[in-house]
Design a protein around this ligand. Sequence first.
Ligand code: ADP
Ligand code: MG
Length: 409
Amino acid sequence: MTDTHQLLHDIFGFSSFRGVQEDVVERTLAGENTLAVMPTGAGKSLCYQLPAVALEGAAIVISPLIALMQDQVRSARANGIRAASLTSMSDDWRQVQDDLMSGKLDLLYVAPERATTDGFGRLLEQARISLFAIDEAHCVSEWGHDFRPDYRLLRPLLDHFGAPRLALTATADRRTRADILQQLGIGEDGLIVAGFDRSNIRYHVVPREGLPSQLKRLAKAHEGPGIVYCPSRAQTERVAEQLRGIGRPSAAYHAGLEKEIRQGNQEAFVRSEYMVMAATVAFGMGIDKPDVRFIAHAGVPKSIEAYYQETGRAGRDGEPAEAWLFWGADDFARARRRIETEVEPERRAGERERLNALGAFVEAATCRRAILLRHFGEDPPETCGNCDNCLNPPETIDVTVAAQKILSA
Ligand code: ADP
Ligand code: MG
C-alpha cells in the first residue's frame, strides 16, 4: 500500500495535507462514504483526485458545469493525472470511452444529466470504477441554494455500482447537509466539516448612503486589489468609471461584455496589485488571486451562502482583508418580490428562509462572524474582535431602526 503522503508529494508536489483533507482521503481509500463540507479554496479536488490515482479503476466525478469540468481536467492533467470529461464539448468521445474500458483513466467528469442516462450506466458496466465523487453536492438538495433536480436521480447509479461515494460542497447549512446525506445514502458518521472561519477577514455591514462616495472612500483606504459586486451590469460600468475618476485603475466584468474584453479585464485584474474590479456575481468562480484586499457588495447578495462565498475571495493569502456590505431596505423588498414572482412555488419557502437569515445577519447587533459560522453549523465564540459589531458595539436604538427598515420594506 502506497503511503498517502508520498502520493501527495509525487502527484501534487505538496508537503502536507490541509485541514481535513487527510481524513477525507483516508476514509475514501478505506472504502467508506463521506460528505465533506469544506470552504472554497480548502482543496476539495485533491480529496478525490488522490484516491482516484491510488485506487485501481476510474473515479467518476459528477460536476454541474462544463466550464468547471474543463478547468478540472486541465489542472488534473497538468499533474499527470489521466483525466477526461464526457460533455457536449468533448470531441473525443470514442477515445474517452475506450480509455475508460481499458483502464487508462483515473478520472472521468460528467454532468448529472448524462450520468443518469441508461447509456452511461451501460458504459460503466464495462469499466472498473474506483469511486464516485459528487462535486457541488449542495445541488442535491432543495434546501441548497442551487438545486439541480438531476442530482436527485443519482442514487440508483451509486447503489448499483457500490463504489465508495464522496460528496463535496462548500456551502451547506445543517438542513442541506442532512438532506445530502439522505439523498446520496451516506451515513451520518460520514459527515466531515472543515472550519469555515476566515479570521483574517474583517466584516462590515453599513446602510447605503451615497454609494459612490462610500466606494471612493473604501478604495482610498485600501491600496490593494478589490472587487465590488454590483446587482446590475450597468452599475458595474458606472462604478468602474467612478473609481477611475479618482485615479484608481478599475474595470467592469459582466456576462454582457464581449468575451475578449471580459477576459482582458480579468487577466489585468489577476496581474494587478491595485486594480478594483466592478463585477456582477458572474465574476470570481475559478479565479485564483490570493491578494484581494477587499470585497464590497453594492447591494445585498442572494443568500448568506453567496455572501460567504463571495467575501471568501478576499485574503486567501492569510493577510488582513475586509468585506463591506452596503445595503438598503429596498434590496430586501426587491428580493422578496423576486421570490414571489420568479421562483417556483415549491421552492419559495426555502428562499424566504435564506433571505431572512441574511436579513438577520444584516440587522444583527452581535458578532457577524459568529452568525456566519453558526449558520454553517459551527459553535463559535460570542465575539471575534474582528467585525464591525465587535469593534464598535452598536447602540440598541440603531438596531431597532434597522430591523424596522427591513421588516417594513
Ligand atoms: P476547492 O474546490 O475546495 O475550492 P481546490 O480544490 O480548487 O479548492 O483547491 C484550491 C487550491 O488549493 C488549489 O490551487 C490547490 O492546488 C491548492 N491546494 C489544495 N490542497 C493543498 C495542499 N495540501 N497544500 C497546498 N495547496 C493545496
Ligand atoms: Mg472545487
